[in-house]
Design a protein around this ligand. Structure first.
Ligand code: ZN
Length: 234
């Protein structure tokens, strides 16, 4: 059986990719990382989905290294998570330095250990200019390095790189992914806050896909009508 290690956050994109890889006949092993982010909601979702689908799941805990990431608001307790659209300047505070290289590198080590020669992650066409390690050039260079890091060839694949987030939502519906159970929000509330950068992006994707968003949002979240009228600015 074809094997793949999926870098799996428990978010919407990587959950849809998980179902897509299974649909394609892959034996998927899921790899998640606790790097000291302020909450573990999405990691709990990742564990739950892996368990429901009877998949091998690995959680790498590198939280004792979280101070190397400096003042990113996703990790540092003294930095507030900004609200707003990803294009806004304040969202740069959510950049975790070199996160993708670290994640892909650790996932590669595990993939080699368990005899998988493929690593997948859910980069998509809307990945943002503020995240430099989401650039195609970075992923291409990582793929080249990964292919050289072991005597057996290991490759990095990004099956969603040509898809927008709205197209990923539509694919999730086709594959019957329980999208409302995936977790995106940067804040660790009981429900999605509905106004941080990743919540806004999630809500916009459902809207653009023409798919009903069954995610539970905080009662203080701006309404969909308000967001559409204000061009997704909160
Ligand atoms: Zn949020």
């Amino acid at each position: 059986m074809k094997k793949v290690v999926l870098v799996y956050s428990g978010g919407m994109d990587s959950s849809v990719l998980l179902y897509d890889l299974i649909h394609q006949g892959y034996q998927v092993s899921t790899f998640s990382i606790f790097y000291g982010q302020k909450h573990q909601k999405e990691l709990a979702v990742a564990k739950k989905f892996a368990s429901l689908l009877s998949l091998q799941h690995k959680l790498a805990d590198i939280s004792n290294l979280s101070d190397i990431f400096g003042n990113t608001s996703l990790v540092a307790n003294h930095c507030e998570i900004p609200d707003g659209h990803y294009e806004e300047e304040s969202m740069k505070e959510t950049v975790v330095p070199n996160r993708n290289m670290i994640f892909l590198s650790l996932a590669t080590a595990w993939a080699i250990s368990i005899g998988s020669n493929k690593i997948a992650y859910a980069a998509h066409s809307g990945d943002h200019a503020i995240y430099p390690d989401c650039r195609n050039e970075f992923a291409d260079a990582m793929n080249e390095a990964i292919q050289l890091c072991d005597w057996n060839s290991v490759s990095l694949v990004r099956p969603f790189v040509g898809l927008s987030k709205a197209e990923i939502v539509r694919k999730g519906v086709e594959l019957e992914v329980p999208l409302e159970q995936t977790w995106s929000c940067y804040k660790g509330l009981d429900v999605h806050c509905g106004q941080c950068g990743t919540c806004i992006e999630r809500r916009e994707a459902f809207y653009l896909a023409g798919v009903e968003d069954k995610t539970k949002y905080s009662s203080s979240a701006p309404s969909l009508k308000f967001l559409v009228a204000n061009n997704w600015r909160v």
